[in-house]
Design a protein around this ligand. Structure first.
Ligand SMILES: [Zn+2]
Length: 400
């Protein structure tokens, strides 16, 4: 029940953020296009963009293909300046730290990577992450503000307290205060999100699912989990642990999982397991999952073998599809390398098993960001906070 009215200052802020978001997700647009898409008056949109032009956030340019003004006034395109605020995304995986500096349209300006070492400690990891962020700050244009840092990490996480709790196969590292440590070093807000949720967020705002209200991003790597978007919002669940697809049971009599139970999906389908099984089957080692996927995409026999290995994933996804009724399922992380024919087979399998049958028409596609949706998503976490008015507002509109 709504118990608070909306005053004009709040409405103004909401409208401004709406226009900013649209400029961000489109990477630039004309006033006419903005007006059409946000459903505000032309005057309101013009006032908002005038503020952004005055504050050095936007500049005007001729649309592509229109070299010079011809007959009639061309529709100028509004796009972000080189000194408009930027964001940093950090992805902490079992392999290392990846960090990007990105603009407001999630275009990557700089990238850094640092592998984790054998004797990694929490302090070392935090130093490493802070070091990468520091290098990226050095790549900011003079006068270009940094809005914040988003961290996407393997879970489980305590999102409220900004902690990486105790990820399995993570060198025994636990209770890492990543948000507090980075914000005290970098003096900007730091936000934490699970890496597959972050992937889903990148797809929702900047990827191929921008028009989907309900979809699932599946991160297949040395673990397996799902970022579930329902009614345009990430599903976190009561404790922030929603989407643990890898620990849904596909074989109750199967192998013991590190979580203590038997036959979790992760005991059957992870990148390391698939590489091991492939070496056994084909008598050769594959450099990485991409190499195995390419191999399986080139021969019918190998494709059948991979489809068989992925059978438990198909089962788990069909179950998930029956529960959440998604428009689309995206395979991401290293799973983005799966061959087209395997995605098609998964789609057929899932659509054959959901109650709605082929009518559901659930699409199975690969991530828009290759294997890197998590780090794009980390940066998108900050942008979403900006769109929601939770951070950075004054960088764009002054102290209004
Ligand atoms: Zn398990």
């Amino acid at each position: 029940m709504k118990t608070r009215g909306v005053n004009s200052e709040q409405t103004k802020k909401t409208n401004r953020l709406l226009v900013l978001r649209l400029l961000s997700v489109t990477g630039g647009a004309s006033r006419t296009e903005l007006t059409r898409r946000v459903g505000l008056t032309k005057m309101t949109v013009s006032n908002i963009t005038a503020d952004l032009l005055r504050n050095g956030i936007l500049r005007e340019e001729l649309p592509a293909g229109q070299k010079a003004p011809g007959a009639g006034r061309p529709q100028m395109r509004l796009c972000f300046t080189e000194t408009a605020p930027a964001v940093i995304g950090v992805w902490i995986s079992r392999d290392g730290c990846t960090a990007i500096l990105a603009d407001l349209s999630l275009k990557v300006l700089e990238t850094r990577f640092s592998p984790l070492s054998a004797g990694e400690t929490a302090d070392l990891l935090l130093e490493r992450a802070a070091g990468l962020c520091g290098e990226l700050c050095g790549a900011l244009a003079p006068g270009q503000p940094l809005l914040g840092v988003g961290v996407a990490s393997v879970g489980p996480l305590d999102l409220q307290r900004g902690l990486i709790l105790n990820p399995p196969n993570f060198g025994g590292l636990r209770n890492i205060p990543v948000c507090a440590a980075l914000s005290s070093r970098l003096h900007v807000p730091v936000f934490l999100e699970n890496d597959t949720n972050a992937g889903a967020l990148a797809e929702k705002y900047f990827g191929r699912c921008s028009a989907c209200s309900n979809f699932v991003y599946v991160g297949l790597t040395n673990g397996l989990s799902a970022g579930i978007v329902l009614r345009d919002a990430l599903l976190h669940g009561q404790h922030g642990f929603a989407g643990e697809l890898g620990h849904t049971v596909v074989d109750p009599a199967g192998e013991r999982c590190y979580c203590g139970r038997r036959g979790c999906l992760e005991t059957r389908v992870t990148v390391s397991r698939l590489l091991r099984e492939a070496e056994r089957e084909w008598g050769r080692a594959f450099a990485d999952f991409g190499a195995l996927c390419r191999f399986c995409g080139q021969s019918a026999g190998a494709e059948d073998w991979l489809a068989g290995q992925l059978e438990p994933l198909g089962l788990a996804l069909a179950n998930l599809a029956n529960l959440v009724d998604p428009d689309c399922i995206l395979l991401g992380h290293e799973g983005a390398g799966l061959p087209d024919r395997i995605l098609e087979r998964l789609a057929r399998r899932i659509n054959a098993e959901v109650l709605a049958g082929e009518r559901a028409g659930i699409r199975v596609e690969r991530s828009s960001f290759g294997a890197l949706a998590a780090v794009y998503g980390a940066a998108a976490v900050v942008l979403k906070k900006v769109f929601d008015g939770e951070t950075g507002y004054s960088c764009f509109f002054g102290e209004a």
